[in-house]
Design a protein around this ligand. Structure first.
Ligand SMILES: CC(C)[C@H](C(=O)O)[C@@H](O)C(=O)O
Ligand code: SF4
Length: 469
């Protein structure tokens, strides 16, 4: 057997507690993130069995899905949401877990606050009862979503049983065109691979484009790994990663940092390592993307036309049904289509860089009268940065308001719902039927495309509104 190891293998192998012959591996979990949706039944299981959380200090809870994004200082009105939040608060207190509830200064979307507070670290194993846990792979961690019964298992044992996934490397070489963001890179890859193209694989992203990307951008890309079916995605840590992590509240300090760095610096794929599958894309082929259908793979470059059903792999009938739901036709251009809502936020694009990008377009312009815009920071830290950098003034001047942190319109579990039949240009990650509210229609795009739509009231190429460089 070759001694060359991939980044994934290095992290995985160093966390195997026990290898079960012809079965799964038992993996040690360094960090367990918890939110209100997938944890109540897991805690109930512990209670019924009379057992404790083995490592409360490695477990962190935040409220995000069921939280309103206005008036967070008032009691939550929706009884279901209020119950979920109360359960998480009580369970956290009972088991000695840090809980960042509504109004807490560290509150925010679980995948936004983990990195912000240095909980997310290179070479760690990180799980959460949430599919977009893949986000944390941006730091060179093995991070993946788990189900509620597994949440219970990790709470009780700090371990999980997992069959090792197959390995895939996706290279994107060259540099990105003007107006093309990490979100576009991810939507492009999914459009090429389809939503099942990486099923059964754990992906490593490599190549110039990812080396050049900021940590925020890398998080956006890794976040969307799950939408092409992958178990997760990761990027080898580099100086940018180390600089980001150092000095944060829960990151190692002093001698512990030296020890951690010695490990972190070994985290790259050895030259000559073999992947089960390897794909390379050319960055120059990517333009700002937009989706036109009801899965994240149904995306096109914004200047292209909606493909004809006969040009699409797998079931013309499903494809046509999807277009029918969206009330779009084959061969049409997306450009100029009127829209009703714009959502800037989520664990995909709710970070400071996303607000900078959005603001760069709306600056000196006005929100279109026909558009309802929800601008939702991923956390209080993002919210504070928006204010500190003066972005809020520019946004207000252009007719936009800022809401309070949470998952918001990413999914219809709180008050921010897009009404039936309405179109939303959304920076989130899923455009399934009803995802943003029953009957709602979602167009996934980058913060730049969202901003262009917000000021023109229709699907617009952001490059037309960007300053020439
Ligand atoms: C509610 C939760 C289980 C879900 C997930 O796992 O992803 C949600 O975060 C989502 O984005 O659909
Ligand atoms: S922002 Fe959206 S994708 Fe992310 S955790 Fe919340 S609901 Fe899931």
């Amino acid at each position: 057997m070759s001694s060359k190891k991939t980044l994934f293998d290095k992290v995985w192998d160093s966390h195997v507690v026990e290898h079960i012959e012809n079965g799964p591996d038992v993996l040690f979990i360094d960090r367990h993130l918890v939110h209100e949706v997938t944890s109540p039944v897991a805690f109930l299981g512990l209670k019924n069995r009379g057992i404790k959380v083995l490592h409360p200090e490695k477990t962190f809870a935040t409220a995000d899905h069921n939280t309103p994004t206005i008036n967070q200082h008032l009691p939550v009105e929706d009884p279901l949401s209020a119950n979920q939040l109360k359960a998480l608060e009580e369970n956290s207190a009972a088991y000695g877990i840090s809980y960042w509830g509504l109004g807490h200064e560290k509150n925010g979307i679980v995948h936004v606050v983990g990195p912000e507070y240095g909980i997310t670290q290179p070479g760690a194993t990180i799980v959460c009862g949430d599919s977009h846990t893949s986000t944390h792979g941006a730091f060179g961690a093995i991070a993946f979503g788990i189900g509620t019964s597994e949440v219970e298992m990790v709470l009780a044992t700090q371990c999980i049983m997992q069959t090792k996934p197959k390995s895939m490397r996706i290279n994107v070489e060259g540099s990105l065109n003007r107006g093309v963001t990490p979100k576009d890179v991810a939507l492009y890859i999914i459009s090429q691979l389809t939503t099942s193209g990486a099923t059964g694989y754990f992906v490593e992203y490599a190549g110039q484009v990812f080396r050049d990307m900021t940590m925020e951008g890398r998080m956006t890309v890794c976040n969307l790994s799950i939408e092409m079916g992958a178990r997760g995605g990761m990027i080898a840590p580099d100086d940018k990663t180390f600089e980001y992590v150092k000095g944060r509240e829960f990151s190692p300090k002093g001698a512990a940092l030296d020890k951690a760095m010695a490990y972190w610096e070994t985290l790259y794929t050895d030259e000559g390592s073999q992947f089960d599958k390897e794909i390379t894309f050319d960055a120059s082929n990517i333009e700002p993307m937009i989706t036109f259908g009801t899965n994240p793979g149904m995306g096109i470059g914004i200047s292209n036309d909606i493909p004809n059903a006969n040009a699409v792999e797998g079931g013309a009938a499903t494809y046509q049904k999807s277009l029918q739901y969206m009330n779009f036709n084959e061969g049409e251009s997306m450009m100029g289509k009127p829209i009703d809502f714009v959502f800037l936020g989520s664990c995909t694009n709710g970070r400071i860089e996303d607000f900078r990008a959005f603001t760069s377009i709306v600056k000196g312009r006005k929100k279109a009268a026909n558009v309802t815009a929800w601008l939702v920071p991923g956390s209080h830290q993002v919210e504070a940065a928006i204010k500190k950098e003066g972005l809020l003034d520019i946004l207000n001047e252009a007719g936009f308001e800022l809401r309070e942190p949470g998952c918001s319109a990413c999914l219809a579990m709180n008050d921010d719902k897009v009404p039936a039949g309405k179109y939303a240009v959304s920076t989130s990650n899923r455009n399934f039927e009803g995802r943003q509210g029953p009957g709602s229609r979602t167009l996934l795009a980058s913060p730049l495309v969202a901003a262009a739509a917000a000021v023109t009231g229709k699907v617009t190429d952001p490059r037309e509104l960007m300053e020439a460089v």
